[in-house]
Design a binder for this molecule. Structure first.
Ligand code: SF4
Length: 414
């Protein structure tokens, strides 16, 4: 067996043990949750996912939010999420081309009294008020509801250009009409600047942004979170696992000692590396919730177990994360404001294509990758293969092999 194969089998073993570890946390949780239902009348506190204030909106939300793209056949996941207190549900009009919203609608048709218990969020990728109205109405119809608790403009990159006075007027009217309770946006790129700008606007209730152990240690992100907290904006972290853009393992060898040390260290404390990545984000009390794709019961239960686990991460744990982040930097795009895209000879939405690559390769979610890839302007997609990325790669703070990944992503998704 080669050294690479030995490392691979060691990691497979560790991962399996980790899964069992999470499973046993959950195995003890599942009967507890059922028991809690029976015991409510006996005044025993139920073990459900805790809540946190969502900024200064006066609303409390579960610290774990059900994200990802679920379908009609995933009704059990919605049901179990409710039972475990995961009552913040996130979707978007484009997820699975409407499949996710329809699945939620099917659930509410069957359990109508649960609608009031859910903090329901959906999104639309437009700043055109007319299109926002059309898209919101479609979302409400699909989800069998007359209102959403939060409506996000999806993929905001420039607050000044996208959150205009027309959008503000639209949001106010939608609130008055009772169709939305709160309004905000999601940001995958230029997050810090968008958050700082939103904090000054005074009419943004919530933001969902990429936030994880790699991003949360950056000074700009710390400043942006503090500004939003002061402004009373509710914050939801996404991309908390900081999955790789693509081919990263292939370029460094499938496993590194840093990965193995980190995994083993966390397992000794009773949680997996994935659970630790959630816990480190929750340590910032200004983050109201983490939105996590939970496509099956195993991941839902493991994430709930992490939310219920009260062990604090140690300084050493955080140092392990820092070392790991440094070692694997070239696998993760941090969505800078404008470093790489101004350093190429044709217009290419580099960070968006890297995100497509992440969905396709790390999440193994071709639908999600394609949904995003198809929103990119045709001429910019055509530019991908004829562009010279050498200067952009030199300037990239993460030292990502931009050209290689973008060209392969174009090939995979075209
Ligand atoms: S410079 Fe690098 S990390 Fe920043 S957006 Fe571009 S590819 Fe991503």
């Amino acid at each position: 067996m080669s050294e690479k194969e030995i490392k691979k089998s060691r990691r497979t073993f560790i991962k399996t043990v980790g899964a069992i570890g999470a499973g046993s946390m959950v195995a003890s949780l599942a009967p507890f949750v059922n028991a809690s239902e029976k015991s409510r009348s006996q005044k025993i506190a139920p073990m459900i996912v805790p809540t946190r204030p969502y900024g200064k909106t006066g609303v409390n939300v579960s610290i774990l939010s059900l994200g990802g793209v679920l379908g009609m056949s995933d009704q059990l996941i919605f049901r179990q999420a409710m039972k475990m207190g995961v009552t913040y549900w996130d979707t978007a009009d484009g997820y699975g081309w409407g499949k996710n919203e329809k699945a939620i609608g099917k659930y509410f048709a069957k359990f109508p009294t649960d609608r009031e218990k859910v903090f329901l969020v959906t999104k639309a990728a437009t700043s055109d008020p007319k299109k926002l109205t059309e898209k919101l109405n479609t979302s409400l119809q699909r989800m069998n509801t007359s209102y959403v608790d939060m409506y996000f403009i999806h993929y905001v990159k420039e607050v000044k250009e996208e959150l205009t006075s027309e959008v503000k007027a639209w949001a106010e009217k939608a609130k008055t009409d009772g169709k939305i309770r709160l309004f905000g946006f999601s940001a995958h790129k230029n997050m810090e600047n968008s958050m700082l700008a939103a904090a000054k606007l005074g009419w943004i209730d919530g933001i969902m942004m990429s936030y994880n152990y790699r991003l949360m240690v950056k000074d700009e992100m710390k400043r942006a979170v503090d500004a939003c907290a002061k402004a009373g904006i509710g914050l939801t972290a996404m991309k908390s696992q900081a999955a790789f853009s693509a081919y990263f393992y292939a370029s460094i060898g499938s496993e590194t000692d840093e990965v193995l040390n980190m995994t083993e260290s966390f397992l000794k404390k009773g949680y997996t590396e994935e659970q630790a990545k959630l816990k480190v984000v929750w340590e910032n009390s200004n983050i109201a919730s983490i939105c996590s794709a939970m496509p099956n019961m195993t991941i839902l239960q493991a994430n709930v177990a992490a939310a219920l686990n009260k062990n604090k991460l140690s300084l050493k744990d955080k140092q392990l994360f820092e070392q790991y982040a440094q070692k694997t930097a070239s696998g993760y795009c941090v969505g800078c404001a404008d470093i790489c895209e101004s350093a190429v000879n044709f217009r290419v939405p580099i960070s968006d294509v890297l995100r497509c690559s992440m969905y396709y390769n790390s999440y193994k979610d071709r639908d999600k990758a394609l949904a995003l890839f198809n929103t990119l302007p045709t001429d910019q997609k055509t530019n991908i293969c004829k562009t010279d990325y050498s200067i952009a790669e030199k300037k990239c703070p993460q030292k990502i092999q931009i050209g290689k990944i973008l060209k392969k992503t174009h090939e995979d998704l075209s």
